[in-house]
Design a protein around this ligand. Structure first.
Ligand code: DAT
Ligand code: MG
Length: 147
């Protein structure tokens, strides 16, 4: 088995549009367990660090401003192949490629504002969990101080 943890975010348009319950329902329906979750107003430094690999892209500033535009829900999800599973449930990045049945396919109306985020690999999952949940940091992320 490959039980692992990943980081997911409901972006400001997801919260603004009242989709928090719908989105969490989809994760839970597929067997993912919520390890931690909080509704927060993000800090600029954290958002820039989160998307640091996109710093050179033309849409970087627009992306950061968008994430800062309202409350977001950040969470740690756990389950079998959780990293890949969350990205499957979220759907493709580009609005015209996000298939019906995925969160983005069903709700996103633009690529820039695409409702949800999920870590794309194990290393980034650990990095993003530690970045957004500093209060849970321990020497080893596998020993997060939560159930
Ligand atoms: P993902 O969120 O699917 O992992 P990513 O990491 O490539 O996609 O990009 C992060 C976010 O940046 C993405 O969710 C939306 C935004 N974005 C990506 N490509 C974009 C583009 N060409 N124009 C505007 N925003 C874009
Ligand atoms: Mg990404």
């Amino acid at each position: 088995s490959n039980v692992e943890r990943t980081f997911a975010m409901i972006k400001p348009d997801g919260v603004r549009r009242g989709l928090v319950g719908e989105i969490i329902k989809r994760y839970e329906q597929k067997g993912l367990r919520i390890v931690a979750a909080k509704l927060i107003k993000a800090d600029r430094n954290t958002v820039e660090e989160h998307y640091s690999d996109l710093r050179s892209r033309s849409f970087f500033n627009e992306l950061v401003e968008y994430i800062l535009s309202g409350p977001i829900m950040v969470m740690i999800l756990e389950g079998e192949n959780a990293i890949k599973l969350v990205r499957m449930i979220n759907g493709a990045t580009r609005v015209e490629e996000a298939l019906p049945g995925t969160i983005r396919g069903d709700y996103a109306t633009s690529t820039a504002q695409n409702i949800v985020h999920g870590s794309d690999n194990y290393e980034n999952a650990q990095r993003e969990i530690n970045l957004w949940f500093p209060e849970l940091r321990t020497n080893e992320t596998r020993k997060l101080s939560v159930l």
